[in-house]
Design a protein around this ligand. Structure first.
Ligand SMILES: Cc1ncc(COP(=O)(O)O)c(C=O)c1O
Length: 422
């Protein structure tokens, strides 16, 4: 029998995040919008400020004076820290991007679609960031899109297997949905891809806040995610891939820092690209962001991953139970799948229950407190359309959330339903 994971000390984690003890408009905050972005720790924010103050010079292998050398050393150390977090083979397998969105765009624009192998399979649960770059690639005539449906709150793996064929170039899927949660069985999906010679891109934007990814064990060719959803800074993300896969991507964002040389070929300026990661990191990199992200990862590393996972799954379970008690609202998705993620979403199940109105209630009607949740389509329009929903209300958790906070949300749900519908 597996030993039970240690109990996660959420109170100690909370102490690291000053925003949690701040009042907004005179009200204490219950922050349940972590799928949008996690709050930022004091130590990460200090590192970000310090990086600007002390190392505000360019590194990125450009200038070579002593300060630039020091900056470059720290920047590469941050790359190594990210590589270690992912169990990547080499630091150079980590490309710094501006976020998940840019990572997917780099793959969608740079992928070498060849011959009849032009199909891209995505899930109906994709976030627009991971969907639209391929919609646009299809519009440019570079690929043909196939959409794998969602069944009973999960990506339909039988349908997926049927969709991956000899024409499939790339399968691009969220590892965890920003509405339905879940944890895609990456190794199984990767086997389906390998059998058919297709590449696999995993969008880990919603996965890494309460899971660890071992990129080598995942069987993926590319993994993308955003630092800000892990308590890191805004404007930084990662595209991971092995050397060959990254070098096979055409540089899609071009500019300074990406070339060994620009030669004249038949009188035309012709770039000689550097190898990855540099060929994909055009422009002066976000060095302070990378340094601060390494600090955010050090905080995550100081927590027991199994304890964090059990803690967050417990918060989801508690929320799911609370939602089930209110007849006027209904859970979106499958409870077991939701528990594998870090969020829960609900929809109206009564003509007088309005998701928008409930969101206002959470902000304005709770004495001395407000709950920061998210109402809308969460940039998952395709999923909402496929579920026949216009909007949902989502609460999403990070390690610092507590059972008391989920209970407060569930009590608010009961209170609102009573007021609006009974
Ligand atoms: C599953 C998923 N993919 C991609 C993104 C886009 O992330 P970013 O806006 O940080 O690029 C999000 C953001 O919510 C997401 O939930």
């Amino acid at each position: 029998m597996k030993p039970a994971p240690a109990v996660f000390d959420a109170a100690a984690a909370r102490a690291e995040f000053p925003a949690l003890s701040r009042k907004v408009g005179g009200k204490a905050m219950v922050y349940l919008d972590n799928a949008c972005t996690a709050l930022k720790s004091a130590r990460m924010s200090r590192t970000l400020a310090e990086a600007h103050e002390l190392w505000g010079s360019c590194g990125g292998k450009r200038s070579t004076h002593l300060l630039a050398q020091e900056v470059e050393e720290r920047f590469q150390a941050a790359r190594s820290a990210v590589a270690a977090f992912l169990n990547a083979e080499r630091p150079d397998d980590v490309v710094f991007t501006s976020g998940t969105t840019e990572g997917v765009n780099l793959v969608a624009r740079g992928f070498a679609f060849q011959g009849p192998r032009r199909e891209v399979v995505v899930g109906a649960w994709e976030h627009n960031s991971a969907l639209l770059p391929f919609v646009e690639a299809e519009r440019r005539g570079e690929c043909v899109l196939r959409v794998c449906p969602v069944r009973a709150g999960r990506l339909d793996l039988d349908a997926l297997e049927g969709l991956i064929g000899d024409k499939t170039a790339l399968v691009a899927l969220a590892r965890s949905s920003n509405v339905l949660g879940g944890a895609l069985p990456a190794a199984q999906v990767s086997k389906m891809c390998r059998r058919r010679g297709a590449r696999l891109l995993l969008d880990d934007a919603q996965f890494l806040s309460s899971h660890r990814e071992d990129v080598r064990a995942s069987g993926a060719d590319f993994v993308v995610f955003s630092a800000h959803k892990l308590g890191g800074p805004f404007g930084l993300g990662v595209l991971w891939g092995e050397e060959r896969a990254l070098n096979a991507l055409r540089p899609a964002k071009v500019g300074g820092g990406t070339v060994k040389d620009v030669v004249l070929d038949g009188g035309r300026p012709t770039p000689v690209w550097l190898d990855a990661p540099m060929r994909h990191e055009a422009g002066v990199p976000n060095i302070p962001g990378a340094l601060a992200f390494a600090e955010a990862l050090a905080l995550l590393d100081s927590w027991d991953p199994a304890a964090v996972r059990a803690h967050v799954a417990g918060l989801v379970r508690r929320t799911v139970t609370g939602i089930a008690r209110v007849a006027e609202a209904a859970l979106v998705g499958d409870p077991a799948a939701l528990e594998e993620g870090s969020l829960a979403a609900l929809r109206s199940a009564h003509p007088s229950f309005s998701v928008k109105d409930f969101n206002l209630y959470l902000n304005h009607e709770l004495p001395g407190r407000f709950v920061a949740a998210r109402a809308g389509e969460h940039c998952a329009h395709l999923l909402h359309a496929s579920l026949g929903l216009k909007e949902t209300l989502r609460v999403s958790f990070f390690a610092y959330n507590t059972a008391e906070e989920t209970d407060l949300f569930c009590a608010a749900l009961e209170g609102y339903a009573k007021e609006a519908c009974r």
